[in-house]
Design a protein around this ligand. Structure first.
Ligand code: SF4
Ligand code: SF4
Length: 136
C-alpha cells in the first residue's frame, strides 16, 4: 500500500496521479501529490515504478503499516534505500537493466529478492506467497 511521497524528491510531474488506476492521489497546493484515498490503493506498485525520481514508496503489504512502522517513515525508508525500491527491483530507471531482459520466461528466476528485507518485514508479508526472500 502506498505509504510515502517524498516532497524533497518529487519534481511535480503528475505521472503518479495519472498512472494510479484507483485515483489515490490528489495534486497538492504546492504541486506535490498527496495520498488522499489510501484505502483505495490496491498495492499495484505502478506509481512507484513510473516515478522518475524515486520519490514514492509502496509498502509490500495491502493494508496500512501504521504510523509507528519503519515502512511509514521517510527517513527509515530512504535510509534503507527503499524509496523507489520496487522500481529498482524491476530494473526501471537510468543505468538499470530492465527485468524483461533478464527474465524472458514465465518463471521469473532472475528477479532478485524483494528489497524490503532491508527493513524489518511487516508481519502481513512474512508468509506471503510472493515473498521471494522467504523462499531463498
Ligand atoms: S500502488 Fe497502485 S493503486 Fe496504490 S497508489 Fe500506487 S498506483 Fe495507485
Ligand atoms: S511521479 Fe514522482 S516526481 Fe512525479 S509527481 Fe509523482 S511523486 Fe512527484
Amino acid at each position: 500500500m502506498i505509504e510515502i511521497v517524498s516532497s524533497s524528491a518529487c519534481i511535480k510531474c503528475d505521472v503518479c496521479i495519472k498512472v494510479c488506476p484507483t485515483d489515490v492521489f490528489d495534486r497538492g497546493a504546492d504541486g506535490v501529490p498527496v495520498i488522499a484515498r489510501q484505502s483505495d490503493c490496491q498495492t499495484c506498485f505502478m506509481c512507484e515504478a513510473y516515478c522518475p525520481t524515486d520519490a514514492l514508496y509502496v509498502s509490500p503489504v495491502a493494508t496500512p503499516v501504521g504510523a509507528d512502522s519503519p515502512h511509514a517513515s521517510e527517513s527509515a525508508v530512504s535510509g534503507a534505500g527503499l524509496l523507489g525500491g520496487y522500481r529498482e527491483m524491476v530494473g526501471w530507471g537510468g543505468g538499470r537493466t530492465p527485468g524483461s531482459r533478464l527474465d524472458q520466461n514465465p518463471v521469473l528466476t532472475s528477479i532478485p529478492p524483494l528489497a524490503e528485507p532491508r527493513l524489518s518485514t511487516p508481519a502481513d508479508l512474512a508468509e506471503g506467497p510472493w515473498n521471494h526472500q522467504r523462499q531463498a
